[in-house]
Design a protein around this ligand. Structure first.
Ligand SMILES: NC(=O)c1ccc[n+]([C@@H]2O[C@H](COP(=O)([O-])OP(=O)(O)OC[C@H]3O[C@@H](n4cnc5c(N)ncnc54)[C@H](O)[C@@H]3O)[C@@H](O)[C@H]2O)c1
Length: 262
């Protein structure tokens, strides 16, 4: 009986097609693996074929189905082609995890350039908008679907130097509510995860190391920083039928880091 129940949970995306952007590393890779473990056919999208192919190989090694799709999500034609390639390769599109993102430049606003701002907004905000625009068309033809986006704890809590990044990630929260209202009647749910501090290549690029992780862990109620799968597993849950009545929500996945008072 335990086995029967385990099998049904493990195969909850059988026959479903999931597209994961930023799937060549970090949270995206963990999510792609998690979707595949649950039976989904996964399109692993991003800019660098070698990294995407590594994720695809990890999925195929465990018997899953995956393809790599090279695309820059901030370019409309590439976002559109990414959705088309996924839908045609796997004959449909059920789930999109808009996870690709960049930290861009962290600096005082007086030092940030217009290009710095445009770059981070172009990927983190416009890129998600473009992917949803094309995915929603494909999902509407299919009779519905699920969209999950990756925002950040920095859309909820401020640190100095983060104005461009915070604006890009904060915009996703409003976009999530607007699109939940617009796409709900079409059978499409839209939710967003705000990861806390997660040990990924981005964390390392921002100066993250074991000592800094320990510092963050000390003030996090769950006493550790997050791992990519901590976020990927929540994306999977939000994409699953278990979350069928959840839409328009922005969910912090941060071990409680941002709820600490004094
Ligand atoms: N790591 C953290 O602490 C943390 C915290 C909050 C939010 N996030 C968010 O999580 C998401 C995943 O980041 P991560 O931490 O796994 O780091 P990561 O750098 O490993 O992943 C980001 C991925 O996005 C891809 N990407 C960047 N620009 C792209 C573009 N224009 N088109 C397509 N792909 C592009 C990168 O190649 C990379 O694979 C990002 O949106 C990030 O902002 C991370």
């Amino acid at each position: 009986m335990g086995n029967t129940s385990q099998t049904s949970i493990d195969q909850r995306f059988t026959g479903k097609v999931a597209l994961v952007t930023g799937g060549g590393s970090g949270i995206g890779r963990a999510a792609a693996l998690a979707y595949a473990r649950q039976g989904a056919k996964v399109a692993v999208a991003g800019r660098t074929l070698e990294k995407l192919q590594e994720t695809v190989n990890l999925i195929r090694d465990t018997g899953g189905m995956a393809i790599a799709v090279v695309a820059d999500v901030s370019v409309a034609a590439e976002a559109e082609a990414m959705v088309k390639r996924t839908s045609s390769a796997f004959d449909g599109l059920d789930i999109v995890f808009n996870n690709a993102g960049t930290e861009g430049a962290f600096a005082p606003i007086t030092e940030l350039t217009e290009n710095d701002f445009d770059h981070v907004i172009g990927i983190n905000l416009k890129g998600v908008w473009l992917c949803i625009k094309y995915a929603a068309q494909a999902m509407t033809r299919n009779g519905g679907g699920v969209i999950v986006n990756t925002s950040s704890w920095l859309a909820d809590t401020a640190v100095s130097g983060s104005s461009a990044y915070a604006a890009s990630k904060g915009g996703l929260l409003a976009m999530t509510r607007a699109l939940a209202v617009e796409l709900g009647p079409l059978g499409i749910r839209v939710n967003t995860i705000l990861p806390g501090i997660i040990a990924t290549p981005m964390f390392e690029r921002l100066g993250g190391n074991d000592a800094l992780a320990d510092t963050f862990a000390a003030t996090t109620p769950l006493r550790r920083v997050g791992q990519p799968a901590d976020v990927g597993d929540v994306a999977v849950w939000l994409s699953s039928d278990e979350a069928r009545f959840v839409t328009g929500q922005n969910l912090l996945v941060d071990g409680g880091y941002t709820v600490v008072g004094i």
